[in-house]
Design a protein around this ligand. Structure first.
Ligand SMILES: [Mg+2]
Length: 450
């Protein structure tokens, strides 16, 4: 018998790990052997519709159990919530989770606990969009601007962006939204690919994949840099020769350098025309990014995948420290905080080019960029979503990239749900893959027979 008021009945969590380190997929100067992982959760309800909310935090292996434990710690805030009220106003849960008077000590609004909040909040948005029978980008793009403003926590950012300014941006963004939604459905949203440029790939593989990227319709690729300058000069030369002068090549140092090294290294690469330098130094160093930016122009400075909250993004924008803002769907406190960051970027006139890849990050973040295009900034000029061609097969509604563009999702929700068989296989440590891998140890593992 149906409950009169449907409620959240379970927050089920899963430690999912993929053995990507075996192929050096995802390798960069700071992360040489990632096992791409998801601290994954499913919100279940007792509603008759049978709908679930799916969300996750992305990690790269060890520590995914810590991330799952952080999501588990939020469970008491979520169980028993009425589904209608929760989906009508995810912002209330968002504020309650951030405001937990004891868990807050572990942040505030940063790190493992904040990523856990993001995973839970994103699962609520997935459920809300499914109930509205719309893909999340459309759910956001058709939402009342005043309601969207109410979903944003302006605490600590109102000195840079007021609710009134945010409302004006959203109201203006609505003009022509129908036309842009039609264009988005027809053409998609531009992407760029990082697949040629992992640091662990040899020159032949880099060259082959760079040529393939151009043939596939991409107008921008990205190379990992920062381990060895001579190697980077050789790889950059090979990539430029492969793609020609008209394709943008971004470079990504994954926080490898001090400020002075970032300047020297980036300048050394300028003969090969790098489009942006990504994560040149610590994501917390706002003034360092500003110094790098002024020293390496016209090379653009990009960061954001490790920027922990809207307040640091506010400072990066206020300090004129970045040319490109890279939101991540699973780093900050979920859709609510990413709305704040998109609005800040729009207010400061800085293009957003999201971080993606990992596990499911392309699936999630495409919705935020598509909303930004349809109903906020109204443009894709100098905007591209990162694309990495790994692990999409584990998702029920995987991204589709055609001619260098992300196709607009049509399935209701946030595209976050993983295939049950993938969860069963890659659940750590007892899924079938890991159970077998433990039985026959990887020869690279310390202590195994050589
Ligand atoms: Mg990066």
């Amino acid at each position: 018998m149906a409950a009169t008021t449907p409620r959240i009945t379970a927050v089920d969590t899963y430690d999912i790990r993929f053995p990507t380190s075996r192929e050096l997929d995802g390798s960069d100067a700071m992360n040489p052997d990632p096992d791409y992982s998801a601290a994954y959760l499913v919100l279940r309800t007792d509603a008759d519709d049978g709908l679930e909310g799916h969300g996750f935090a992305f990690t790269i292996g060890r520590g995914n159990d810590v991330q799952v434990a952080a999501i588990d710690a939020l469970r008491p805030h979520v169980i028993g919530r009425p589904v209608d009220a929760l989906c009508a106003d995810p912002g209330t849960l968002n504020r309650d989770l951030i405001g937990d008077s004891q868990l807050r000590w572990l942040g505030p609004e940063k790190g493992v606990m904040h990523m856990a909040i993001g995973a839970v909040v994103n699962a609520v948005w997935d459920l809300a969009a499914k109930r509205a029978r719309k893909p999340l980008w459309q759910f956001l793009a058709e939402a009342d601007p005043a309601w969207l403003v109410a979903q944003v926590d302006f605490r600590y950012i109102a000195d840079a962006l007021t609710p009134e300014q945010a409302f004006a941006l959203l109201r203006e963004g609505r003009v022509g939204a129908g036309r842009r939604a039609a264009h988005l459905r027809a053409r998609g949203y531009p992407g760029y690919t990082t697949s040629p440029g992992w640091l662990g790939y040899g020159d032949e593989k880099l060259t082959r994949l760079a040529r393939q990227a151009v043939a596939d319709g991409f107008t921008q690729i990205k190379l990992k840099v920062g381990a060895d300058l001579d190697d980077d000069l050789r790889r950059m030369r090979a990539a430029r020769a492969a793609v020609g002068p008209d394709i943008r090549i971004a470079v990504d140092a994954n926080q490898r350098w001090n400020v002075d090294e970032a300047i020297t290294w980036t300048r050394a690469l300028t003969p090969y025309d790098p489009y942006w330098i990504e994560e040149p130094t610590s994501p917390d160093d706002v003034l360092g990014h500003a110094a790098i930016r002024s020293a390496v122009a016209p090379v653009r400075v990009a960061t954001g995948e490790h920027v922990q909250n809207r307040i640091v993004f506010k400072q990066l924008l206020q300090a004129g420290a970045i040319d490109v803002l890279q939101i991540d769907a699973a780093r900050v406190g979920g859709v609510n905080e990413n709305l704040a960051i998109l609005l800040l970027a729009a207010h400061f006139g800085v293009p957003v080019c999201p971080h993606a890849g990992g596990v499911g990050l392309c699936e999630l973040v495409q919705h935020l960029s598509m909303f930004d295009y349809v109903a906020l900034t109204g443009t894709t000029e100098n905007r591209v979503i990162e694309y990495v061609d790994h692990l999409h097969e584990h998702f029920l509604d995987p991204v589709t990239v055609r001619d260098g563009h992300y196709a607009a999702p049509a399935t209701p929700g946030f595209s976050a749900a993983m295939r049950p068989e993938s969860i069963a296989k890659y659940r750590y440590p007892d899924g079938s893959y890991w159970a077998n891998a433990t039985a026959a140890p990887d020869p690279h593992t310390k202590g195994a027979a050589a």
